[in-house]
Design a protein around this ligand. Sequence first.
Ligand SMILES: NC(=O)c1ccc[n+]([C@@H]2O[C@H](COP(=O)([O-])OP(=O)(O)OC[C@H]3O[C@@H](n4cnc5c(N)ncnc54)[C@H](OP(=O)(O)O)[C@@H]3O)[C@@H](O)[C@H]2O)c1
Length: 262
Amino acid sequence: MTQTTLITGASSGIGLELAKVFARNHYNLILVARSEDKLYDLQRELSQQHNIEVVVCAYDLTDKAAPTQLYAQLQQQNLTVDVLVNNAGYGDYGDFICSDWEKIQGMILLNILALTHLTRLFLPAMCDRGSGKVLNVSSTAAFQPGPMMAVYFATKAYVLSFSEAIAAETEAQGITVTTLCPGPTQSSFISTANMDKMALASSVSADKIPTAAEVAQFGYDALSKGKVVAVYGLANQLLTFSTRLMPRGLLRKSVKQFLAAE
Ligand SMILES: NC(=O)c1ccc[n+]([C@@H]2O[C@H](COP(=O)([O-])OP(=O)(O)OC[C@H]3O[C@@H](n4cnc5c(N)ncnc54)[C@H](OP(=O)(O)O)[C@@H]3O)[C@@H](O)[C@H]2O)c1
């Protein structure tokens, strides 16, 4: 029987590319984001190309009621979620004390609360069935504090810690929980997070950064193998490993330099 994957943040970047990878592998899809038009365009493209069923669910996941509403809608439509991909998320660059509180609050609601709530809603039925997969998108940011992106780095540390714990809790029930940790990736993330103000941003050319399609394929492969933590690329793997060996003070200092403003 054809399996169904729910993907949040499917209207652009890594989420959109994940939708394409799952479609190529003959999964039916439930696409979630705010941009309804983009989701309908993707629905048309993927359902025609791959002969799969694609359901569009336009929700603002910073709305605390949205996960429950989405879950109820899918129950009403008798749709089972076999794979849950919590990908929607954004960052914000700048001094914390000058930050826009609405943007910070929305980031916590999206990156942490919605991801946790959706996992809580969809995981029990997977455990009852004795099968299911979750892919939570974190970041290499999860492995250290991030001066100038303090809240974003902290949200991704939460995603990594939460997902690893849930992986351990549910493995005996036939569930795998994979945390995908990309480093910088080509997408609208950098402009949404105002990261063009970062000194390093102007010195790194876009073609040196992996595409969202490359990261999505890596995430899909890691999920298929049931990997618990999947860091994209050798350089990022070395970097995240080195954070374990470095004294915290030195780590803070070097990340501060790396993330410094122009
Ligand atoms: N790009 C990178 O360098 C990078 C590196 C590491 C980790 N990541 C992580 O990868 C994930 C995907 O990011 P991306 O790079 O693909 O960025 P992106 O192109 O900006 O995509 C973000 C996605 O999240 C959705 N989204 C944003 N706010 C939402 C809301 N309130 N409700 C529902 N959906 C919302 C957006 O759709 P709508 O605007 O249509 O709602 C969009 O589909 C994020 O969790 C990000 O933290 C990215």
